[in-house]
Design a protein around this ligand. Structure first.
Ligand code: SAM
Length: 482
């Protein structure tokens, strides 16, 4: 029985409800009147409090995803861009993954870290190695990391993860600092989530991989991750443990994308219904080639057009949720989806354990890589590329550090207020990047961008303070925020 408020996985991700939804979407995919109504419902509306968007239910959004009428798809794309502009402006938040350990006791059939893989050396960073990795990441200009580890209670217990977080936050190298550590580790207990919260993590990220229970069990044949309910209910435990920013995701390619899309939105509706706050972010990874993994054996792979449509439909359905795309995608694909709703991207990423320290941008270790990186440009190249397209690469971590997380973030974001601080914060952190890490070419395009963009700050007090802070940053001061 479908019940978004239930805490039982198979009730809030009901297979029957997903099938009914897909059936409804298929029957209505050419119903132009209904599609127009849905697009109208989702479009931004001006209210006394600012701009608001209603979002869509999983059923309504599934009708959009099923629709193949070119003019309607074009309308979806322009609505997605409009919504993105309304809540995220032209800012793109930057981050990098940091792989701590590839020890893993699971057997995920798409992941090279599965424990039967003898092709890859197993490696776990020592605290000294973490210092070296984080120093290298700081020297690139990163301020926000996503830490990644396989699941192994002996080699990577929660104490190890906590120690690593502590080390990462403690490293202050030149003007560098990691100001937000997001965590992507296997589902765990409420008690462990409490410890992660206490350690000061940003978002807890856990990809569902697939919402289809049977496929899930087949794709995770052994190990703790085999348990569909435990994995699917992890975000509820995280929220019980006090983590109010959680990040969902599906690994596209494993099962039918329309099924995954409906499941993903039902998961978001469930979090909102039970905890009063939806997911902070949604990630959209696609299966990639890796050590002993051939992506072609997964026959549900999606092409770039469908991928773009999924991103646009997610943007329309959950307008206040950040959307993340990693370097699994190449430059062209990233370019296309940036305008459709992506708000966060990684840059200069290495997916191997110990992939940053001691390697130049041209050399990259492949032996412990989790997957092939398609976008192999340096962070500086990605930053310049964004600026050339009139995006503001943002290294901001202010919301989380000012306690604007969970429903506090959402309620500000929902009335467009978050932009009053996000825009100047993005400019100030970009200025820091230009001063400390940028190449001459990037600096040459970044400075004029900041001068142009500061005029978009409408509040005169905030604008004057931003000017003042930008000068202070040029004079060597750091870490200003609204
Ligand atoms: N071990 C943790 C867990 O089980 O959730 C998370 C860490 S894992 C390093 C991060 C994510 O990488 C996984 O959730 C999965 O979606 C993704 N991944 C695994 N193998 C992949 C592949 N071959 N291509 C692309 N993404 C992959």
């Amino acid at each position: 029985m479908y019940n978004p408020k239930s805490l039982i996985a198979e009730e809030f991700i009901s297979d029957e409800e997903i099938r009914d939804t897909l059936d409804y979407a298929e029957r209505n995919k050419n119903n132009i009147e209904l599609i127009e109504q849905i697009l109208e419902k989702a479009s931004p509306k001006k209210t006394g409090r600012g701009v608001e968007c209603s979002g869509l239910s999983h059923r309504e959004a599934s009708v959009l995803l099923a629709c193949e009428i070119p003019e309607m798809v074009e309308k979806m794309y322009s609505l997605a861009s409009e919504i993105k502009q309304a809540f995220y402006g032209n800012r793109i938040v930057m981050f990098a993954p940091l792989y701590l350990s590839n020890y893993c006791v699971n057997q995920c059939v798409y992941c090279p870290y599965h424990y039967q893989n003898r092709e890859i050396p197993r490696k776990k960073l020592t605290q000294e190695e973490i210092i070296a990795e984080v120093t290298a990441l700081q020297d690139m200009g990163h301020k926000r990391l996503a830490i990644e580890a396989g699941e192994d209670p002996v080699n990577n217990p929660i104490e190890y993860i906590l120690e690593c977080i502590n080390t990462i936050y403690s490293i202050k190298h030149k003007n560098g600092a990691i100001r937000r550590v997001n965590v992507n580790i296997a589902g765990t207990t409420v008690e462990n989530y409490r410890k992660l919260k206490k350690a000061g993590i940003g978002t807890y990220i856990l990809f569902q991989e697939t919402y289809h229970k049977e496929s899930y069990e087949r794709l995770h044949p052994a190990g703790p991750k085999h348990n569909y309910a435990y994995h699917t209910e992890a975000m509820d435990r995280a929220m019980q443990g006090g983590i109010d920013d959680v990040g969902l995701g599906v690994l596209f390619g494993l099962d039918m994308y329309k099924y995954e899309f409906a499941g993903l939105l039902m998961h978001a509706e469930h979090l909102e219904a039970v905890h009063g706050v939806g997911p902070h972010t949604i990630s959209v990874p696609r299966v990639k080639r890796a050590s002993d993994i051939d992506p072609n054996v997964f026959d549900n792979s999606i092409d770039d057009d469908i991928f773009a449509k999924i991103i646009a439909c997610i943007r329309i359905a959950v307008p206040y949720t950040g959307m993340i795309i990693s370097t699994r995608e190449n430059e062209n694909c990233r370019n296309k989806v940036l305008g459709l709703g992506i708000s966060q991207i990684s840059g200069g990423s290495r997916t191997s354990v110990g992939g940053y320290a001691g390697y130049s941008n041209e050399e990259r270790p492949h032996d412990t890589e989790q997957f092939d990186v398609s976008d192999q440009r340096s962070l500086d190249e990605v930053v310049k590329w964004l600026i050339d397209m009139d995006y503001i690469p943002s290294f901001c971590t202010a919301c989380y550090r000012e306690g604007r997380t969970g429903d506090r973030f959402m309620s500000l974001c929902k009335v467009g207020q978050i932009q009053n601080c996000c825009h100047p914060n993005a400019l100030m952190t970009l200025q820091e990047y230009l001063e400390d890490y940028a190449s001459q070419e990037t600096k040459a395009v970044g400075e004029p961008l900041i001068s142009r963009e500061i005029n978009k700050v409408t509040n005169p007090k905030v604008k004057a303070k931003t000017f003042e802070n930008l000068i202070a940053i040029r004079n060597g001061n750091r870490d200003f925020r609204f």
